[in-house]
Design a protein around this ligand. Structure first.
Ligand SMILES: [Zn+2]
Length: 127
């Protein structure tokens, strides 16, 4: 959940009060429709946060799914024939291909989405 402070124009991950401002300045939720009107005023651009999150999900999905998929192909193949080298290399190849492919795709996806982000007068929030 991205929240922002109207006083210092910074954005934060959650929290109720601004950690940078003195006193208890309430943070506003960036996702709420009534707060959308303030977003162009902010000093930072919150879009990279969302883009990075979708890319992370994709690469994480690839790394998580690659091993079971490779193991499935290997076990399925080895149960129908005794060609260990063939099914072993197919299984390992699947693990490498799926995890690398998802990592590569998430990188491409992030770069593609970031093309629309102008970074001249705003600080990108990438943390
Ligand atoms: Zn603040």
């Amino acid at each position: 959940m991205v929240k922002f402070c109207l006083q210092c124009k910074n954005a934060f991950w959650g929290g109720q009060y601004c950690p940078k401002c003195e006193g208890e300045i309430e943070l506003l939720d960036a996702a709420l429709p009534e707060n959308k009107k303030y977003l162009p005023e902010l000093n930072i651009d919150v879009r990279p946060k969302y883009y990075a999150r979708s890319s992370m999900l994709l690469s994480c999905f690839g790394f998580v799914m690659a091993l079971p998929l490779g193991a499935f192909i290997f076990l399925r193949g080895i149960s129908s024939s005794d060609n260990l080298l063939l099914w072993g290399s197919l299984g390992i190849g699947t693990v490498v291909l799926v995890s690398w492919g998802c990592w590569y795709l998430s990188h491409r996806l992030f770069d593609k989405q970031m093309e629309a982000v102008e970074s001249k007068d705003k600080e990108l929030q990438l943390d």
